[in-house]
Design a protein around this ligand. Sequence first.
Ligand SMILES: [Mg+2]
Length: 436
Amino acid sequence: MPNANSKPWRRAIALADMNAFFASIEQLDDPALRGRPVAVTNGMRGSCIITCSYEARACGVKTTMRLRDALKLCPELVRKPARPQRYAEISSRIMHALGCITPLIEVFSVDEAFLDVTASQKMFGSVEAIGEHIKQVIYQVSGVRCSVGISEGKLSAKWAAKQNKPDGLTILPPEQVRAALAGRPVDELCGIARGIREHLARYGAHTCGDVAKLPMSVLAGRWGSIGRRLWSVCRGHDPAPLELDVAAPKSIGHGKVMPPDTRDADTVHTYLIHMAEKVAARLRKHNYEASRFYIGLRTRERWLEYQYRVMPTDSSSKLRRMCQHFLQQHWHGEGVFQVQITAQDPQPTGQQQDWLRPQRDQQRALHQVVDTINQRYGEFAIAPGVLLGRSDMPNVIAPAWRPEGHRATIEGARHVRKTGHHRQRRTAAGLPERIS
Ligand SMILES: [Mg+2]
């Protein structure tokens, strides 16, 4: 075991795995459930157990078991219908907090994350200290306990985390990985399905140690790079990098509450243009364009709204023109309480051929200058004259914005572009900020 004086590892990967995540949240939110066996099911009709508390596990209840069978083992079992939004909310909170330890995080599932803590060793002094800190951070922000495994790669860290549940911390130093895995069945490694296990068994390979002794070609020939990785893991080294990408933002929007019942056309126009400038600047900052823009004005009774479909754009002037069109066509002087503009389908710039847009380069150069000045001197140091009368009231959350799966809401470092064949990875350098 390394200590504070030991040499830092060449690579250190941690896996944090929340314990009985959904059931733990049910117990946190309802103190009456604490210390009791709880099973989470899909609504009140779901017949299978999605997950259950450790109290239920102690009675032999397991995930995927039928509720009917579980009740035979544990008659006092409490059923709770799943609340996915609540779990996603806590998950987002946890993943965001982990970003304070390292920006290099792979959100592996709603309740698991890999952290590349190689560079954190210097600050914390040891991998044990990092592991303790991860557990503490998660507990502080969510009240949920977790198990942490730390090793030289993802698969060994994940295996290590499983060795000590719940609330465990397992350190598996790089030089001990091969020996630790040698006697273990190969399907103890994450992702080893029965088919792989059976195929390997034909070669007499049942344990990781057996696999390590096979020629690499046996695995590579059958499964390509996945086979090579498995072989390498069994020999004590997992080179797989963390997947730092997360899904592209679902939307980029800005909205603002207005003085109640505003009927003055200039004021409404100014608010709308202000939001348009903000949305366009944010698109450009993150190298996105969008082809669907929602514009909305909330009146006393309802939202006056329209969705524009255009060629993909990040242009302020195009957005301003949409706003003008919108006011002419869809607003007839009703009192307005709130404005909103949302780019609904942000995509990485450059998906469309540029010959479709001849003025594009000129416009892009102008935007670059304006954005650079504004980034240095503050938002709207340069802006259309109409914004001189803009409001400084706080922005509001877009009504169109919804957290679509927790990945989209995770703040911080891991920003993403993932669109069809176009895929970019951001690493520690030049991390972009949150888009929502
Ligand atoms: Mg878990």
